[in-house]
Design a binder for this molecule. Structure first.
Ligand code: B12
Ligand code: SF4
Length: 479
């Protein structure tokens, strides 16, 4: 059978104001690990192709044309909530034009809203949860004729019986230790198509764990159990990736260092095998200590990403970050001491945050010695405590996300949770933050030095710098 897996295009997706729109596509293009993971154990007798319409900057129409000319027997779509409209348009068009193609959706949106997604009526199957084992099972069952009674044996599956009724099979909990899952199969993509603006050389991502037990009020990572690979499995994947010619690995976990001992074990395993590769990870400020950073450094870790969010103690408390200002300062102190690069994310726009705080933020960030910094704007994402608080307090009169999820609209935009003037001010602060952070002589010289041997990465960085400049020209400074 011909299977086509797609990552949806950006066009007409729901807008939010978390990250400034012009930065979204310029900064990062990373591989769709979810699609690569579900493809890994599909019987090799089937032909699988992957279309990353987002990375290829394709339009909805281009994507439909591509699917139509490929004529797959099975179309698998990975869906995030913000791309639900694109999913509906594309799957409806394919149902009309290729009625024999079976369409299956999975991914973060489907995991959160399976019933509602099935009710949209454009899909044959919905497969929430981890798809590594269930997707190949569904393919085999469809190949055998796809009778509804056979579908009963596929965990998590939503399907229709012959009378059109929706059925769902019981949800199977994913294992806590993920070593039995295959590694994402990276041969379905061209690794050269992916990069981030902070890379120096050819890089790719891996996940060593999934889920985060914390409950920051703005965050929609719903997977609250921490699932992880053991050190052996993580380092096996490092070795597999190195064989693909990759020189730098970015561990894209929700939070890499939740378990201190696992971090230590991974570093020791890298050292034991004598692996020489640069790597980076997404971390929290706790647990973090001298022994840990020393070992990480020895094992090749060169950069840590951290969601600082705020440097104001009251705001940190309000957002339930479970990370104090002191712990954050200690994190950066250790990173400076051990010459570990950092990429820090900040969020502005929390209630009670003062204008003075925002004005002094950039200066504080520079003092901390942060290597790269992002300033986002607080936005009420679906299923977050922050969004719920806006509903509870009557600031939002309707459940706009639920309306969108039941009836996805083109270019959907949530109403602002604050005055338009304040929103404008926050946008100006974020733009000014990025521009002034990047337009420092020290920063520019360091970036050029780091990337001088990679014309491709120099070009990515130059494009980003131009973008920051042209955006700044549209503004007259912070109101
Ligand atoms: C890596 C990552 C990225 C990377 C790569 C994105 C990509 N295409 O994969 C980058 C930085 C580019 C990115 C961008 C964005 N991301 Co992102 N990202 C992540 C992150 C941290 C890890 C995803 C991952 O690789 N997991 C490991 C893989 C193996 O798991 P998985 O993707 O969930 O896939 C499994 C299942 O979901 C399922 N599955 C997935 N697809 C399919 C398809 C089928 C047919 C089937 C059957 C099953 C299936 O099986 C897979 C294997 O178990 C998650 C957080 C998280 N923990 O999920 C956020 C997350 C997915 N991103 C999110 C968002 C919002 C975005 C953006 C829209 C942000 C923005 N404004 O630009 C964009 C658009 C992304 C897009 N269209 O894919 C949200 C989605 C929330 C939601 N409700 O939908 C998440 C959950 C983070 C969050 N809470 O905010 N992201
Ligand atoms: S922001 Fe980070 S620490 Fe907080 S819940 Fe989300 S993933 Fe976990």
């Amino acid at each position: 059978m011909k299977i086509l897996l797609i990552n949806l295009p950006w066009e007409s997706g729901a807008k939010d104001y978390t990250t400034r729109q012009y930065l979204l596509t310029a900064y990062v293009k990373y591989p769709p690990l979810g699609l690569l993971a579900i493809a890994a154990e599909v019987n090799p007798k089937h032909s699988i192709k992957l279309l990353d319409a987002m990375a290829a900057n394709m339009s909805i129409e281009d994507t439909v044309q591509h699917i139509r000319s490929y004529k797959p027997d099975i179309l698998g779509i990975s869906v995030v909530t913000r791309h639900l409209y694109q999913m509906c348009v594309i799957s409806r068009r394919i149902k009309e034009e290729l009625p024999d193609t079976k369409i299956i959706a999975g991914g973060p949106h489907v995991n959160y809203w399976p019933e509602e997604t099935m009710r949209l009526g454009t899909l044959d199957y919905i497969l929430p949860g981890y798809g590594e084992k269930t997707f190949p099972l569904l393919i085999d069952t469809i190949e055998k004729g796809g009778e509804p009674q056979l579908m009963k044996n596929i965990p998590n599956l939503y399907y229709r019986s012959s009378d059109g009724q929706i059925h769902s099979n019981p949800l199977e909990k994913a294992p806590i230790i993920l070593d039995s899952l295959p590694f994402p199969n990276r041969r379905f993509i061209n690794l050269d198509d992916y990069y981030s603006a902070v890379d120096r050389v050819k890089t790719t991502t891996l996940y060593s764990s999934r889920g985060c037990p914390f409950s920051c009020i703005f965050c929609d990572v719903q997977e609250k159990r921490f699932h992880y690979r053991t050190a052996k499995s993580v380092v096996d994947e490092f070795e597999e990736i190195i064989k693909l010619g990759i020189k730098e690995i970015h561990v894209f976990d929700d939070t890499f260092n939740i378990r201190r001992q696992r971090v230590i074990d991974i570093c020791n395993e890298i050292l034991k095998r004598g692996i020489k590769v640069r790597w980076s990870a997404r971390a929290r400020a706790v647990p973090f200590d001298r022994e840990m950073i020393l070992l990480m450094k020895e094992a090749g870790c060169t950069r840590l990403h951290i969601g600082v969010e705020s440097l104001d103690p009251a705001t940190l408390k309000y957002m339930n970050k479970k990370q104090t200002r002191e712990q954050i300062l200690n994190f950066f102190q250790l990173c400076r001491e051990f010459d570990m690069e950092t990429l820090a994310y900040f969020i502005i726009g929390f209630p009670n945050e003062t204008r003075e705080y925002r004005k002094s933020l950039l200066e504080e960030v520079i003092k901390l010695g942060v290597t790269y910094a992002f300033c986002n704007i607080l936005s009420p994402l679906a299923k977050t405590k922050y969004y719920q608080s806006l509903l509870d307090d009557g600031i939002f009169k309707e459940d706009y996300w639920v309306d969108f999820i039941r009836n996805p609209k083109k270019d959907f935009e949530l109403p602002l949770p604050r005055s338009p003037q304040l929103q404008k001010e926050l946008e100006a602060v974020a733009d000014d933050f990025h521009r002034r952070f990047c337009y420092r002589l020290k920063f520019i010289l360091r970036e050029v030095k780091k990337t001088i041997l990679s014309p491709r990465m120099l070009l990515v960085k130059a494009k980003l710098a131009l973008l920051l400049f042209s955006e700044a020209k549209h503004r007259n400074g912070i109101p």
